[in-house]
Design a protein around this ligand. Sequence first.
Ligand SMILES: *Cc1c(COP(=O)(O)O)cnc(C)c1O
Length: 362
Amino acid sequence: MAIPLFDTTTPLEPLRARIEQRVLDVLRKGAYILGPEVAGFEKDFAAHLGAAHAVGVANGTDALTIALRALGVGPGDEVVVPSFTFYASAEAVPPTGARPVFCDIDPGTFCVTPDTVRAALTPRTKAVVTVDLFGNVAPSAEIREATGLPVVEDAAQAAGATRHGAAAGTFGDVATFSFFPSKNLACFGDGGAVVTGDDALAERVRMLRFHGSRDKVTFEDVGYNSRLDEIQAAILREQLPSLAAWAAGRRAAGAYYAEAGLAEVADLPIPVDGADPAWHLFVIRHRHADALAAVLADRGIQTKAYYRVPTHRQPAMAAYANGAVLTGTDEAARTHLAIPMSPVLGREQAEAVVDAIRAADV
Ligand SMILES: *Cc1c(COP(=O)(O)O)cnc(C)c1O
């Protein structure tokens, strides 16, 4: 049985005709930038999350840079960010003028903790980026409480996840999303959003995404040209009502793995206390992860090690790594392996993957 790492087409099939119609509607109306579809999506997405404001931007990386800028992060400041995440979580910091300072994670949850963040604080720390990695939900509220610092929740991988009943994306002072085509909520190109409950912060984000101007006449800050476009917003609006069901499908797939006995042959990802993850990727840990991946590939089961070289060891971050010793990060980097996950991954597929891991003998 060939099993792909993810399946982004099957869940969309029932919506495809309606999405295509909405794209055609946008083309016929001819309003492409910051029109009714973006305004509508911003309203729908904020309501869906239970947040006061969502602001559409060009991608999830810009969303982080703009969120940090809106918080007042700038030259001379430090921003604490995990190393074990997609590279963009840290890459978004230097464009603000601030330096990323890398912190560790709990390799069980793949998320930062109040302790790992505390260990990276200095008097120059201006903000903390928490990452809801793989669709888990980082303890952002506790980190805010423990540090007294503003928290940017990078929820790029966590659309559809909840913690203590509230949506991922509502736990920081501000949160960011990516709608890159492989994410839990995805457009047909690049897109992103900044989400916040703070009226003034939302105003600053809106200003920064449009060249630092509120009225297109006066330019009060050096900003960005970073907008979600009308076509992508229309595509996202059509999908948003399905997000909860897709997240439920991801959870069900995670449960199939557990029921098939995956914990006997690998370490399962651990939900953060109170979290109901929307597994963007289902990432196990295994002592011989690369050998296991090779055996599974021979059986047609696709896997991937996403962050074998964590961000603080990437060449572009050498100036910021500062000799950081991150043992949880190194362990996760060495042992992690994403196995197939999607909203439509069935029980039989999960059982086939677990059987193959059991038989792999590595
Ligand atoms: C995808 C992703 C980003 C960046 O989003 P883009 O839309 O690709 O710029 C940032 N952080 C995390 C954790 C991501 O997974």
